[in-house]
Design a protein around this ligand. Sequence first.
Ligand code: NAP
Length: 322
Amino acid sequence: MFAVYADSFSSDDPLSALRLGERPDPEVPDGWTTVTVKAASLNHHDLWSLRGVGLKEAALPMILGCDAAGHDEDGREVVVHAVVSDPAWSGDETFDPKRSLLSERHQGTFADRVAVPRRNLVPKPASLSFEEAACLPTAWLTAYRMLFTRGGLKPGDSVLVQGAGGGVATALITLARAGGLRVLATSRDEAKRQRALEIGAHEVFESGERLPGKVDAVMETVGRATWSHSIRSLRPGGTLVISGTTSGPHLDDAELSRIFFLQISVVGSTMGTRDELASLVSLLDATGTRPLVDRTLPMEQAADGFAAMAGGDVFGKIVFTR
Ligand SMILES: NC(=O)c1ccc[n+]([C@@H]2O[C@H](COP(=O)([O-])OP(=O)(O)OC[C@H]3O[C@@H](n4cnc5c(N)ncnc54)[C@H](OP(=O)(O)O)[C@@H]3O)[C@@H](O)[C@H]2O)c1
């Protein structure tokens, strides 16, 4: 079958490790099933994989991609939950120490077919296109859990989203607005700031710009470049939720004094559960809220999508179709 995969790593030039071509059909263990992929979306995770972050050399060649929507073996339209937990695990899958994401230990979604545990399938409502549904399992699910589970935010609260252009960030802005929050966003780029307003931000700011007032919570995926500003933007007792460190995990100043003196909570968040994915799908079905798709490309042109993401030239999700 056709697939987009990694057969080596390169930390400096991740695109040089990208391969497109034939790979064997998926193996289907007991309790697993296959999904015929109609659409799959790109995440920064896929670039990290080409750099050798989160993927072991022994697992190569590895088909990339965490997210997919398509048809199950009975022809039903489904969304794939990307978190694979141990069969013996019960409860919140994101707390399973043995969990992995598709494309880490098991072959990923950028292919004609992907094998997944049966319990990882979530029905796709007819109101969502395959392209929209394919945006949900990683970036959108992460944003949902950051805001409503780990962040505990309620209608009327205020939230700052750092780095407005990213896949997770655009999901955070859109979902926060749909959830009745006051939404502030930063971006380094004026055009992205304008687009952030169009998708639901109430106010936008340059990266690092002082806000007119303090917020209840900050959503972080940028890391080093925005950390200080995030801590300084919080009200006393506020919450910083972090799920990524695109600009690097090592801080110049962790702002420890502010964290204890202002009694700030720093909360980690990773992906989401299958039930949270089902709730997210229901939320979109009920509200008409839709993922922002930056561009849709045939999977054969996946390299163009990877290049755009590596260059930061993205606003919303990049989707590959079959
Ligand atoms: N823990 C999890 O479960 C989980 C799930 C999904 C993603 N993640 C992580 O979250 C991060 C974002 O993922 P994504 O797929 O949304 O990636 P992405 O689409 O590439 O977004 C990255 C965004 O970060 C901002 N940014 C990058 N470098 C910056 C810098 N030096 N200064 C200020 N802003 C900067 C940019 O915003 P502007 O250009 O607008 O400034 C950019 O649009 C990644 O690190 C990813 O690994 C984690």
